[in-house]
Ligand binder design. Structure first.
Ligand SMILES: Nc1ncnc2c1ncn2[C@@H]1O[C@H](COP(=O)(O)OP(=O)(O)OP(=O)(O)O)[C@@H](O)[C@H]1O
Length: 298
């Protein structure tokens, strides 16, 4: 079931186009990453999804319905750092937050527990580490037991310890079946915590799908046949292999192709040989995740 559906969303701020015809769908139980460099439209997308901003065109639906007070209650959001009171305890701060949100105060204890803060609940907020402060911010999104969490750059400004704590918490929440939408400019973060990703660049969607297929560290191979042979038989043989894609001529001669994860260059060599194509050269190019991300957003 689609928890969130964005259909052809566009948004301009004066002369700046922040989002151009963005469509995407977040399925129940997924951890969906919105990945893109600064200014690519991630925060705008979250703002439109949550109804904090108004779209110039397009539509948003949650649980198959337009955004309403009722659908909003099923979504916990962390768009900017909440203002907690430094001298109040974690628990007192969450009780206040529950009051402001009209959320059941009975959900405070569970939120503290999920965030791993039960043992420190009576300590003042000011005594917390950066990671604990952010975990408390995440706990406040859990008040009222929403089905979905929307988080904008949840590890921004944290030290490495805090980053690790917050990522672990996000994974724990995902393990509990929450659907989570996260905006981040960190490839590493998306790769570590997300099941799905949409790559945004200058307000446009560049790619979307399961992290394993969009950001898979798949290899490319460069293939050469003897110069006096036509590449037609090679191209034909490649087209017959479902695990080979994106065949392109190389500037230095020969062709390159992408191998689906789990398939090797040796396997390709054998398959081509079996179909009568003898290679004069076969070279593997390992592509890093960064290289793929840069390629997507270049
Ligand atoms: N209130 C605003 N007024 C004018 N321009 C804006 C406003 N908010 C965002 N923009 C512009 O819209 C574009 C998209 O911004 P947005 O904040 O959605 O991107 P982002 O990917 O979340 O980046 P960042 O991580 O830096 O927040 C940028 O060019 C930004 O400068």
């Amino acid at each position: 079931m689609a928890v969130l559906k964005l259909d052809n969303l566009s948004k301009r701020y004066g002369g700046t186009t922040a989002l151009k015809g963005l469509s995407l769908q977040v399925e129940e139980g997924s951890v969906y990453g919105l990945l893109g460099p600064n200014g690519s439209g991630k925060t705008t997308t979250l703002g439109l999804a949550l109804g904090v901003l108004r779209a110039d065109a397009g539509s948003v639906s949650w649980f198959g319905q337009p955004l309403s007070g009722q659908t909003k209650r099923r979504v916990g959001a962390l768009l900017e750092t909440p203002n907690f009171f430094p001298y109040l305890s974690a628990r007192q701060n969450l009780l206040l937050a529950a009051d402001v949100k009209h959320a059941d105060p009975g959900t405070v204890a569970t939120a503290l527990d999920l965030a791993g803060l039960t043992a420190r609940q009576h300590d003042p907020f000011r005594s917390f580490s950066l990671g604990m402060k952010q975990r408390l911010a995440l706990a406040s999104t859990l008040l009222g037991t929403p089905d979905v969490l929307v988080l904008d750059e949840p590890t921004n400004g944290l030290d490495p310890q805090g980053i690790a704590e917050v990522r672990e918490l996000i994974q724990r929440l995902a393990g509990q079946g929450k659907t989570i939408l996260i905006a981040s400019h960190l490839l590493d973060e998306i790769e570590k915590v997300c099941t799905h990703v949409a790559v945004l660049q200058r307000g446009e969607l560049r790619a979307a799908g399961p992290v394993s297929s969009i950001l898979a560290s798949s290899d490319r191979v460069v293939l050469r046949v003897e110069p006096d042979l036509s590449p037609a038989s090679l191209l034909h043989a490649l087209s017959q292999l479902p695990w080979v894609s994106d065949v392109r001529p190389e500037t230095g001669g020969g062709h390159s192709a992408a191998l689906a994860p789990g398939h090797s260059a040796a396997e390709l060599n054998r398959a081509l040989f079996a179909s009568g194509v003898v290679l004069a050269g076969l070279e593997v190019r390992h592509r890093s995740l960064e290289a793929q991300f840069l390629e997507l957003t270049k």
